[in-house]
Design a protein around this ligand. Structure first.
Ligand SMILES: C[S@@+](CC[C@H](N)C(=O)[O-])C[C@H]1O[C@@H](n2cnc3c(N)ncnc32)[C@H](O)[C@@H]1O
Length: 268
């Protein structure tokens, strides 16, 4: 199946960025993603398996079926899971809008950083809901780039980040989707919806987090859209270069960085 066009693309650098992001944030985002032994769990949009390894290791008694529309990404995910020695994951190429499973086939469903890239997230949630049994759960993790701020912050660093928001909008996604999780889940018909913000704050007292999140996750994500942002005239080259330099400036010893993820959990 062909790759979809989405803002971060499918490059090796992007695969590395997603893996680094997952490693850095796994405790904060996934410590409470725990399924009873014997559960059948669907992971939608697993990509290269960056979150799948944590799902598999935290839930050794669950069987996980991880799907993605990108066959190339699934091959990398397969290799990652094999290398980690997990036996409880199966991979399948599938479009989450047309899942090849019967009604109420799964006990639980999990998706992370996927809804932000689809044009109609409400329709995605309705399509996913069909394959989850009544009483089962959905877990959705998303970011929200509007939650980002740093110190020192400049007009140029803000502009570079805004380019990512604008570009994602042009491609039909929503980089500000974290704040919409509650209404999206409720409107799709899920019950007992709970959304918890997961804030990551970095300063010089946590150099590993500055390296793992501020530099290798967030700034790397912004840097990844340089060519598209300049080609589309969203920003000029000089402003871009200053914006990126200013973002790195905020990772120095007297700088700080802040970002909030949103984790929604609900019942089918
Ligand atoms: C940002 S990546 C996140 C991957 C993984 N969940 C992670 O956190 O590392 C978004 C993924 O959603 C997948 N995707 C986008 N639209 C999809 C669709 N309609 N059906 C299945 N997967 C889709 C993309 O191929 C991509 O792998």
């Amino acid at each position: 199946m062909a790759d979809v066009q989405y803002v971060h693309g499918y490059s090796a650098r992007e695969a590395g960025r997603l893996a680094g992001q997952a490693n850095t944030l796994s405790g904060m985002l996934h410590h409470d993603t725990v399924y009873p032994p014997g559960s059948l769990v669907l992971e939608c949009g697993c990509g290269t398996g960056a979150q799948t390894v944590f799902l598999a290791s935290r839930n050794p008694g669950a069987k996980i079926v991880s799907v993605d529309i990108s066959t190339a990404s699934l091959e990398q995910a397969h290799a990652r899971i094999d290398a980690a020695g997990h036996q409880n994951v199966e991979f399948q190429t599938a479009d989450l809008f047309n899942l090849p499973f019967g009604d109420e086939h799964f006990d639980h469903v999990f998706l992370c950083f996927v809804l932000e890239h689809v044009a109609v997230p409400a329709a995605a949630l309705r399509a996913i809901k069909r394959v989850v049994r009544r009483g089962g759960t959905i877990t959705v993790v998303e970011g929200d780039h509007g939650s980002w701020y740093c110190y020192p912050q400049t007009p140029e660093s803000s502009r570079a980040v805004q380019c990512l928001v604008d570009l994602q909008t042009r491609l039909g996604g929503d980089a500000l989707i974290g704040r919409r999780l509650y209404p999206l889940l409720a409107e799709a018909g899920f019950s007992s919806v709970r959304v918890s913000p997961r804030m990551v704050y970095m300063d010089n007292s946590q150099p590993d987090l500055v390296e793992g999140f501020s530099r290798n996750t967030f700034i790397a994500m912004v840097e990844g859209i340089h060519d598209q942002a300049v080609a589309l005239g969203l920003i000029d080259q000089r402003t871009w270069e200053k914006g990126i330099a200013d973002l790195y400036r905020a990772t120095e010893s007297d700088g700080t960085f802040c970002y909030t993820f949103f984790k929604g959990m609900a019942l089918r």
